[in-house]
Design a binder for this molecule. Structure first.
Ligand SMILES: Cc1cc2nc3c(=O)[nH]c(=O)nc-3n(C[C@H](O)[C@H](O)[C@H](O)COP(=O)(O)OP(=O)(O)OC[C@H]3O[C@@H](n4cnc5c(N)ncnc54)[C@H](O)[C@@H]3O)c2cc1C
Length: 502
């Protein structure tokens, strides 16, 4: 099983599909995978690069749903535990257990007694959390520590009023860009077609019945029509504008709120992920700081969003407020704006217009039920963690309307994951065995549809994650390929240009 992401819009336009998925973020990718695993012919259209928008900016924590126990949302807790296990079991190359430590000072729910109860409940309800997992992937039970144990792990923890600390295990997918590509390789190995840099523009639905979409290949400017009786809009923050263009506005699909993380040039304060309380009215928020790619990844800060979807920018005040809060909560972690290597920001669905509180559930819209075209659906979700579960649910719901007949799950393994060298190894290889280095590069470019420099250094590899290394990286790539790789012409907020680099 090879798992080639073969980009040929012309050939793709000559085939019929059971469904077309619009949007190649994690929600679209998982829907294409779950469709392909059930024997359906699926086409994915992504107007930029796969996973280049919201998905690229996530904090990369696969949440087990401990926080949902606070709200007694047992269904969501159960789903998160299942999905975390799925990720740990199916992608052990990328997903690993993440120990988290939260110091407890006796405020609100952050008290040792409350946590003891929550961790016991987590243990009880999540008793299947490790079923089928390999030894190194299993998550130990959480527990409440004494203050002295907390300071052994985190020596500079503020000691005043410290009552103890809670330790629990979640999972993290540090190279989430690779996970997304591997999901697409898996889907392609089962017959799916995935096209990046192809933007869906018009729904083809004569007499109110979906027949396909018209889309533009931005690399050639050519328009193509892709045929299918089902179209699923998974365009994340753009799902609402796409729903409007194809049928009508559905406000509950996406009421934007701002979210960001920062990648800091500073060693992490502790070997575990620290979970610290936000400030003031953000007191109920939790910020995570964990060691990531030689620095610290910290977030997530949430705020109301007031801009237009594609015109907004991240106000520096938000970043300053976040850093001030982190400095206050993590003494000795003296990070100012000069330590920021990258800000990862994006828009997430809020509960209400103009709010910073996230929506609680994914949204599924069958447009025909609103009087729109038969065969058009829109989906939006809140977490990377549960995107696969939402995909399964989406297929069940569409099947319920009689328009789709998913088969049983395809047996057999996924393709083995591609080994992508870290930059230091790649640089060495380029020096010692340039032919071999060129072969590695060509495989990434040709077999994974990396068209532009950004695709290669941000979403097929992590070679561009440290912006200080970029000039060296591009020089080496130029000398290996004998040409410059063009930067991606496609700009999305948060992904790279305006929001990402500081
Ligand atoms: C700062 C931040 C931190 C987060 N941290 C976490 C975390 O730790 N754990 C977690 O589980 N979740 C986290 N999340 C949430 C998670 O990242 C999102 O829920 C998820 O990535 C959303 O994926 P998506 O596919 O819906 O959207 P996107 O990734 O935005 O994908 C939508 C895609 O649709 C494409 N598109 C739009 N219009 C068209 C069109 N007309 N034709 C073709 N393509 C189109 C876009 O180019 C885009 O790539 C975080 C999010 C943010 C912003």
């Amino acid at each position: 099983m090879v798992g080639l992401i073969h980009r040929d819009p012309g050939a793709a336009a000559g085939r019929d599909y059971d469904l077309i998925v619009i949007g190649g973020g994690v929600y679209g990718a998982m829907l294409v995978l779950e469709s392909a695993r059930r024997g359906l012919r699926a086409l994915l259209l992504e107007r930029g690069d796969f996973g280049g928008a919201t998905t690229w900016n996530s904090l990369r924590i696969v949440h087990g749903g401990l926080r949902y126990l606070q709200q007694l949302d047992l269904a969501r807790h159960g789903e998160s535990v299942r999905e975390r296990r799925w990720a740990l079991g199916n992608f052990p190359e990328f997903v690993r257990p993440l120990p988290c430590l939260m110091p407890l000072y006796g405020r609100g729910l952050r008290r040792p007694g409350v946590f003891r109860l929550a961790l016991a409940l987590d243990q009880l309800l999540g008793f299947r959390r490790n079923r089928g997992l390999a030894e190194g992937q299993k998550l130990p039970a959480g527990r409440v520590l004494r203050p002295s144990e907390v300071s052994e792990i985190w020596p500079s923890v503020p000691r005043r009023d410290l009552l103890g600390g809670a330790v629990w295990f979640d999972a993290v997918v540090e190279d989430s860009h690779r996970l997304l590509v591997e999901v697409l390789r898996w889907a392609c190995s089962l017959g799916a077609t995935c096209l990046n840099y192809v933007e869906a523009e018009r729904l083809v639905a004569p007499r109110g019945v979906v027949r396909g979409v018209e889309a533009v290949d931005s690399t050639s400017g050519r328009r193509w029509e892709f045929a299918s009786p089902l179209v699923v809009n998974c365009a994340g923050p753009w799902s609402r504008s796409l729903a409007r263009a194809f049928d009508r506005d559905v406000p509950e699909l996406f009421r934007p709120s701002l979210a960001f993380n920062v990648f800091l040039d500073a060693p992490a304060p502790a070997p575990m992920a620290l979970a610290v309380q936000g400030e003031g009215d953000r007191g109920s928020r939790t910020y995570f700081l964990y060691p990531w790619k030689g620095g610290t990844f910290a977030g997530t800060y949430h705020a109301a969003w007031r801009g237009e979807l594609d015109d907004g920018s991240l106000a520096p005040e938000h970043v300053e407020a976040f850093l001030a809060s982190v400095r206050e909560r993590v003494p000795g972690f003296d990070v100012g704006p000069e330590r920021i290597l990258r800000v990862h920001w994006g828009l997430l669905p809020a509960r209400r217009e103009g709010w910073d509180r996230l929506a609680v559930r994914d949204v599924f819209v069958d447009h025909s039920r609103l009087g729109g075209p038969r065969g058009l659906y829109s989906v939006s979700g809140v977490k990377l963690t549960t995107a696969r579960a939402v995909a399964e649910r989406t297929l069940r719901r569409i099947a319920g309307s009689g328009l789709l007949r998913p088969g049983p799950l395809a047996p057999g393994p996924r393709p083995s994951v591609r080994h992508v060298p870290r930059w230091a190894d790649m640089e060495r290889l380029a020096g010692e065995q340039p032919e071999e280095a060129r072969r590695v590069l060509e495989a990434l470019l040709c077999e994974e549809a990396a068209l532009y420099l950004d695709d290669l250094v941000y979403r097929r590899t992590d070679w561009g994650f440290d912006p200080r290394l970029l000039p060296r990286v591009t020089d080496t790539l130029r000398s290996l390929l004998g040409r410059d790789l063009a930067p991606s012409p496609f700009e999305t907020w948060g992904a790279r240009r305006r929001g990402a680099s500081t």
